[in-house]
Design a protein around this ligand. Sequence first.
Ligand SMILES: CCCCCCCC(=O)SCCNC(=O)CCNC(=O)[C@H](O)C(C)(C)COP(=O)(O)OP(=O)(O)OC[C@H]1O[C@@H](n2cnc3c(N)ncnc32)[C@H](O)[C@@H]1OP(=O)(O)O
Length: 191
Amino acid sequence: MAAVCDQGDPRVPAGGGAVNLPGDGGVISRWTEHLAGQDTVEIGQRLPPHSPDCAGCGPRNPAGLDLQVVRTATGVEAVHRFSDAQVGAPGIAHGGAVALAFDDLFGFALNTVGSLAVTRSLTIEYHAPFRLHRPYTFSAQVAQREGRRLLLHADAWDDAGQKAGSAAATFVVVDPGHFAAGAEQGMGRGD
Ligand SMILES: CCCCCCCC(=O)SCCNC(=O)CCNC(=O)[C@H](O)C(C)(C)COP(=O)(O)OP(=O)(O)OC[C@H]1O[C@@H](n2cnc3c(N)ncnc32)[C@H](O)[C@@H]1OP(=O)(O)O
């Protein structure tokens, strides 16, 4: 397996705070500051949400998962219970909601390598139904870097230790300007 990414990707400005996209509420500049290691999160500590309104982790999004993610020695981890709002078949979380959890967790795994990147492909293996209201432990890490491509892997286990799902993704490193068009249209309410 190739080496995991080095810190300080050239696409992430060293002075992350200098990034200023009108209308983004400071979200992108906070990401870049964070990814540039200007507010280091220790192993075992919680990582800040991508934004207050993020569908995966934003505490202000009533339709979101409100994932709470901690840094681990090898990547990131979240314990999550799907709610009635994420139901698919009776009593079972919708597969799209499970994919959202994996994708968002991958977004947090970027913190371990210091690169701003977006999902290019995402593959989920559903090993068993994700039951509503039951705790699942999601764990993700960046496995490999090939040029601009980051290859990520994640697993999710139920509270009996059975694997319920796994995911693989390719993220592609981008510069902050990638988000400019969306920011102009307003990314959430900002703060
Ligand atoms: C801080 C982050 C928060 C994260 C929140 C959770 C994650 C998200 O929700 S991200 C949002 C969803 N994703 C998106 O919106 C992305 C939409 N897609 C895009 O914008 C573009 O396709 C983008 C930027 C990914 C790539 O476009 P572009 O810059 O033109 O790159 P492109 O030349 O096509 O490919 C770049 C590299 O990736 C490779 N690549 C492309 N697709 C794949 C693939 N499916 N598998 C493997 N490699 C691939 C290419 O071969 C190329 O490699 P190399 O540089 O070695 O030649």
